[in-house]
Design a protein around this ligand. Structure first.
Ligand SMILES: Cc1ncc(COP(=O)(O)O)c(C=O)c1O
Length: 399
């Protein structure tokens, strides 16, 4: 990496990176509780070490100065900002009637599974996947049906035969789909998504698409929402998204549930009132609207920084641990790395945590076939990324 490239990539990081120690940050201050060691470099849970755009802080500050935080409405301007964002950034036209709210995407997944399927009914996920998808199915006493993604030519893909067979065999009622996919970093093509949707339609499977990572797309790839694909039956589709990942707002507990079907929307409305009296968060609404109205440039610079961090990580692996397999990151800010050449599954904790002193997400959390993988969160200062790979090399060399 040339000096010039390094300076460009550190500009955003230097402007927005903050020391999060002793701020009650799960990622930094929760390391000891999660990993049993507080001296680890945290690159795990998916939030970012960057401050939100200045305008977002200002809009929140304005509301804080007002000093009243009673029950609140969602203004039309908010809805317009969501519709405009989806049109501008993702070329998808959403109708304002479709929009509902929830206190986070994972909470929405729980409510959707409870509201749209019955106990013991089968719900499908693709593995490896964001581990709360397993919990959503298991904790609600639904039957978990897993279709493993395949690795073909160094890239993950869907095994459509397996998917269809299992849907038929288990009478699957709902599919929870991750797009872009955490942790493998795939941005699914329209062709792949059409196939998924057509199989779901054939067997009357409710398609729930978690599109929370939609704003992190590598420049060589294009994200398409299921809502924007003509062949998709909108009456069998629910899409979840949020500004929480894109703008680092997770603790504000605010997310979107997009339900085009009138009938399913009525079911959601009826069900959600039995669970939470108010599914909107005042600060979440304010921060999201400000992000969509003022955050575009910030987000573009952030995406560039994440792509640069990925390149830096890849180059450092190439130089220090050339047999590590770094999967192409088409989307998300997470990288997926297979260390099987250097480390056996039973030694992963010893090498990665005890010796390299890293707090990362282990592959086995996402799927039993991924025991020698690690997921590295790239939304941090490039120095942390470089350090992580250097620590790994030292640990592996000395093992
Ligand atoms: C695919 C996916 N869905 C949902 C979430 C969490 O969303 P929320 O904090 O809104 O529940 C994450 C966080 O990492 C995620 O990766």
């Amino acid at each position: 990496m040339t000096k010039k490239e390094w300076i460009t990539m550190t500009t955003f990081a230097d402007n927005y990176y903050v020391d999060r120690y002793q701020t009650d940050s799960l990622k930094w201050d929760g390391v000891e509780e999660r990993f049993g060691d507080k001296e680890l470099l945290p690159l795990w849970v998916a939030d970012m070490d960057f401050q939100v755009p200045k305008e977002v802080q200002e809009k929140m500050q304005e509301r804080i100065n007002h000093g009243v935080f009673g029950y609140s409405l969602v203004p039309d301007e908010y809805v317009n900002s969501v519709i405009s964002w989806q049109k501008r950034r993702h070329n998808v036209l959403i109708q304002k009637e479709w929009l509902r709210f929830c206190t986070g995407v994972v909470n929405a997944l729980h409510y959707l599974i409870q509201g749209f399927t019955k106990e013991e009914e089968a719900v499908m996920i693709f593995s490896p996947v964001y581990y709360p998808f397993y919990d959503v199915v298991n904790e609600n006493n639904r039957q978990l049906v897993v279709s493993d993604l395949m690795i073909e030519k160094g890239q993950y893909s869907i095994d459509f035969n397996d998917m269809e067979e299992k849907i038929k065999h288990h009478h699957v009622k709902a599919l929870i789909f991750c797009s872009p996919h955490n942790p493998v970093g795939r941005v699914w093509t329209v062709e792949e998504m059409e196939k998924v949707a057509l199989i779901c339609q054939k067997y009357h499977v409710l398609l729930i698409s978690d599109e929370i990572h939609q704003d992190f797309i590598h420049k060589n790839h294009v994200f398409t929402s299921f809502l924007g694909i003509e062949k998709v039956d909108l009456d069998q589709l629910i899409v979840l998204n949020s500004a929480s990942k894109s703008f680092n707002l997770a603790s504000l507990l605010h997310s979107h549930v997009l339900i085009p079907s009138d009938e399913m929307r009525a079911t959601y409305d009826e069900f959600i009132t039995t669970k939470i009296s108010n599914p909107t968060s005042l600060m979440g609404v304010i921060a999201t609207q400000a992000s969509y109205e003022f955050g575009e440039k910030w987000l573009d610079e952030l995406n560039q920084t994440i792509d640069d961090n990925f390149d830096l990580m890849t180059q450092t692996f190439k130089a220090l641990l050339p047999e590590a397999i770094v999967y192409e990151k088409q989307g998300t800010y997470l990288s997926w790395v297979d260390l099987s050449y250097y480390v056996t599954q039973d030694k992963m904790k010893e090498i990665v945590q005890d010796k390299a002193k890293l707090a990362i997400d282990y592959g086995e959390w996402f799927g039993k076939q991924s025991g020698t993988f690690i997921r590295i969160n790239l939304a941090t200062h490039p120095n942390n990324i470089k350090l992580a790979v250097q620590h790994l090399e030292k640990a592996i060399k000395n093992s």
